[in-house]
Write a protein that binds this ligand. Structure first.
Ligand code: DX5
Ligand code: ZN
Length: 214
């Protein structure tokens, strides 16, 4: 069985102490650091942008897993790639279908992993044609925009369709309401990367929380 990649979401960390909170999950066994970028348009919340990614790049060697919940992601891919993102995930719903391949290729042109994410109401059937080009497919298990929401079990049911339709190199990631119980549901269905914000950062023991997800 391939290793489960755990990517703590710093949305649930203390923004005044990001270095401290990243080091803490690094020591606790995190594989990646998940960075949620929101623009107040694609989602009804605003978080952080390129300057923060530049600063995070100086304080961790872990891969920066940047989740773009923004309109017109193609305009910002170069800036995030140059800022030090290792995985850049845009939303399928934020790009015209005819331009999706261009966006994927643009991300890859910077030598980093290209990810695409689907919201809860998007059918996996719609995006199967893009799977061969992607390094990562992120299945949102809540409506994007906020941490601490309840896992939507129906979303996880998309995972087998995606898994059966692609090669084993595709990373299937889930994000939203992930805890030790919901992680098990997702990994049993074929997910191999777990994003978790509240479950990790609200835990008293980060290592125990991360270990329990695997
Ligand atoms: C939500 C973000 C998530 C969020 C997850 O839109 O994409 O990454 O931080 O938070 P939890 O794990 O608390 O649901
Ligand atoms: Zn996210």
């Amino acid at each position: 069985m391939s290793k489960i990649i755990v990517s703590p979401s710093i949305l649930s960390a203390d923004f005044a102490n990001l270095e401290r909170d990243i080091k803490a999950v690094e020591i606790a066994g995190a594989d990646w650091i998940h960075v949620d970028v929101m623009d107040g348009h694609f989602v009804p919340n605003i978080t952080i942008g390129v300057p923060v990614v530049i600063s995070l790049r100086q304080v961790t060697d872990l891969p920066l897993d940047v989740h773009l919940m923004i309109d017109n992601p193609e305009k910002y891919i170069k800036a995030f790639a140059e800022a030090g993102a290792d995985i850049l995930t845009f939303h399928y719903e934020a790009v015209e279908k005819s331009k999706i391949k261009q966006v994927i290729n643009l991300i890859k042109s910077f030598g980093i992993k290209a990810g695409m994410s689907i919201k809860p109401k998007t059918s996996p059937i719609e995006i199967l044609e893009f799977l061969p080009d992607l390094d990562l497919l992120l299945v949102m298990t809540v409506e994007p925009g906020f941490g601490g929401q309840i896992f939507i079990q129906d979303c996880a049911k998309k995972i087998p369709t995606i898994k059966q339709s692609t090669n084993e190199n595709l990373i299937i990631q889930v994000d939203g309401g992930i805890n030790d119980q919901t992680a098990k549901i997702c990994t049993n269905l074929g997910a191999n990367s777990l994003v978790a914000g509240n479950y990790i950062y609200k835990a008293s023991d980060y290592k125990q929380a991360i270990d329990s997800l695997r």
